[in-house]
Structure formats: structure tokens, C-alpha cells
Design a protein. Structure first.
Length: 145
């Protein structure tokens, strides 16, 4: 019997742009999305914003490069602004990676873990052109240490 992905929910669509502020009038003004969070990842060279979609638990994440060596610069130069990845929350990332392997696809980059966050991916060459991310986040901030 093959392992199952055990998807908990669809989390977000990620859109990559050169400048987040250029698309906010469309997303917030016309579509009525509401800002949830802004974040930066200096190590990976990007900044982002998360917006909620009215009437759903789905979010849209918009990323922009903040350094010339960011992977997003390469993406934008090759493809231009647009869809970067789809993200699904799963019950267990290790099991998701096993299910992907059992399906005949090698999880891209294996399982990556960092500070309560675990993720694995299906590369666009194996999915018909879109990066697919599977993640699980264990928030331990409520625990006393």
C-alpha cells in the first residue's frame, strides 16, 4: 500500500513580482484582499506579504527579491512575474515525501527542516510547470521554556 500525502488544507498560492507595492492596488483595492503579514528572509534574499482571500481560509503570498543573488531574480529573469508555487499543509512532511517517492517522483531537495518548519517539494519539471510545496509547521511559541 502506498503512503498518502494526507493533505490538511490548501494553504496559499505564491506570486513572484519585482515590487510588491506595484500589485497591491489590484490585490487590496480591486480584489479586496486583506493584509495579514509582511516578512523578510535576508538569507534567501526576499521580502513578502501574505493576504487573506475574503470568504475562505486561502491566502495569497506575494514575494519580491531584495538582493541580486536571490533565487527570485533568476525566476523573474527567466519567466517574468507570475505564479511561483502552490502550498499545501500536510499532517506529516516525512510521510508526504514518502508518498511522492512511491508515486515515482523524487521530492525536490528532500525534506528540509528549520525551527519547527518542515517542507518538501515537487519540482515544476515533475508537475507540469508549477512548483508544489508541502509543509508542516509546529508552533511551539505557546509552550513555556
Amino acid at each position: 500500500m502506498r503512503p498518502k500525502l494526507r493533505i490538511s488544507r490548501f494553504d496559499h498560492v505564491c506570486w513572484v513580482v519585482w515590487k510588491i507595492d506595484d500589485v497591491l492596488p489590484l490585490l487590496k483595492g480591486l480584489l479586496g484582499l486583506e493584509e495579514v503579514d509582511r516578512f523578510r528572509n535576508e538569507k534567501q534574499g526576499y521580502a513578502g506579504i501574505t493576504l487573506s482571500v475574503p470568504g475562505s481560509r486561502t491566502r495569497i503570498e506575494v514575494l519580491e527579491p531584495i538582493s541580486n543573488d536571490s533565487f527570485l531574480v533568476r525566476f523573474l529573469q527567466r519567466r517574468g512575474p507570475g505564479l511561483h508555487h502552490l502550498t499545501f499543509e500536510v499532517e506529516d512532511v516525512e510521510e508526504a515525501a514518502k508518498a511522492i517517492s512511491a508515486f515515482g517522483i523524487e521530492p525536490w531537495g528532500g525534506v528540509r527542516e528549520d525551527d519547527g518548519w518542515a517542507e518538501t517539494f515537487i519540482h515544476p519539471k515533475d508537475s507540469g510547470g508549477v512548483l508544489i510545496q508541502f509543509y508542516r509547521y509546529e508552533d511551539h511559541s505557546h509552550e513555556e521554556g
